[in-house]
Design a protein around this ligand. Structure first.
Ligand code: NAD
Length: 267
């Protein structure tokens, strides 16, 4: 029997087959999970549907997390629509983020107020809204909420700027949410992935240099990709991690453990 047999969950953030959300979805589906998906708008829906078909999933919802409660495609309305199809769910995977590309280069000090608020709203606060709106649907046995972060939340990385600040807020949020939801046996965790070649990853100026540097410096000498991130997400969304909450789980080849790289790695 597969570990996710009988488990149902929502995957948010598939843009294409290179998305981290897709890597997670594929692994969970391969292990028996039944999945529903959300997509940001019509443009993303076209790319999502064939992927969903490939894992025999047919439940999808438009949801732009920047929309307010009263909009049809808001987070709150999506969970109401989902509740008409499924009586309960076991997990939600939040794999989405946004910041103005123009501010993912240069200095953080030049961040505009508008982009600061927008980046924090979409990339961090959306997860808190999801935790609240999914609560009535979460299985009485408990469940798992999982989001994605990056080392730029903990330390500076070139050009990550306001996204690093947003990820720090996201990482702090999961600890408060873990405390709030622990009594419901809902676990809340962050998977901090190393650099992955995706649309969002490419929006950060100089991403390919960071990719190469991380590969050189990480103890495992490679940047974990969808397969490794998917396996770790399987652990964090399943009973395998039944004692784990409020945790930042690094899937970065060990990069986060390195302070000063060896001299030969610097070239
Ligand atoms: P991606 O471009 O494949 O996915 C980003 C998703 O965010 C897209 O599906 C997009 O539709 C969604 N999104 C953006 N704004 C939205 C909104 N307003 N409403 C709803 N959805 C919205 O990129 P990815 O790299 O797979 O990103 C997934 C997550 O992983 C993000 O949180 C990202 O910060 C994180 N992450 C990425 C890397 C990396 O190197 N790629 C590393 C660590 C963490």
């Amino acid at each position: 029997m597969s570990i996710m047999n009988g488990k149902k969950g929502l995957i948010m953030g598939v843009a294409n087959e290179r998305s981290i959300a897709w890597g997670v979805a594929k692994t969970l589906a391969d292990n028996g999970a039944e999945l529903a998906f959300s997509y940001q708008n019509e443009g993303f829906k076209k790319r999502l549907l064939p992927l969903m078909n490939s894992i025999k999933s047919d439940k999808f919802f438009e949801c732009d997390v920047s929309k307010t409660t009263s909009d049809f495609n808001s987070i709150e309305n999506m969970f109401i629509r989902l509740s008409k199809i499924w009586r309960e769910i076991d997990f939600v995977v939040h794999a989405l983020a946004y910041s103005d590309k123009e501010e993912l280069k240069g200095k953080y000090i030049n961040c505009s107020r508008e982009n600061f608020l927008n980046s924090l709203d979409i990339s961090a606060f959306s997860f808190t809204r999801i935790a609240k709106s999914s609560l009535p649907l979460m299985s009485l046995k408990g469940g798992s909420l999982l989001t994605l972060s990056y080392l730029g939340a903990e330390r500076t990385t070139p050009n990550y700027n306001v996204m690093g600040v947003a990820k720090s807020a996201l990482e702090a949020s999961i600890k408060y949410l873990a405390m709030d939801l622990g009594k419901n046996n809902i676990r809340v965790n962050v998977l901090s992935a190393g650099p992955v070649k995706t649309l969002a990853g490419a929006a950060i100026s100089g991403a390919r240099h960071v990719f190469r540097y991380s590969e050189n410096v990480a103890p495992l000498k490679f940047n974990p990709q969808l397969k490794e991130v998917g396996s770790a997400a399987l652990y964090l969304t399943s009973e395998l991690s039944s004692g784990v909450t409020g945790n930042i789980h690094h899937v970065d080849g060990g990069l986060h453990s390195v302070a000063i790289p060896k001299h030969e790695d610097l070239v």
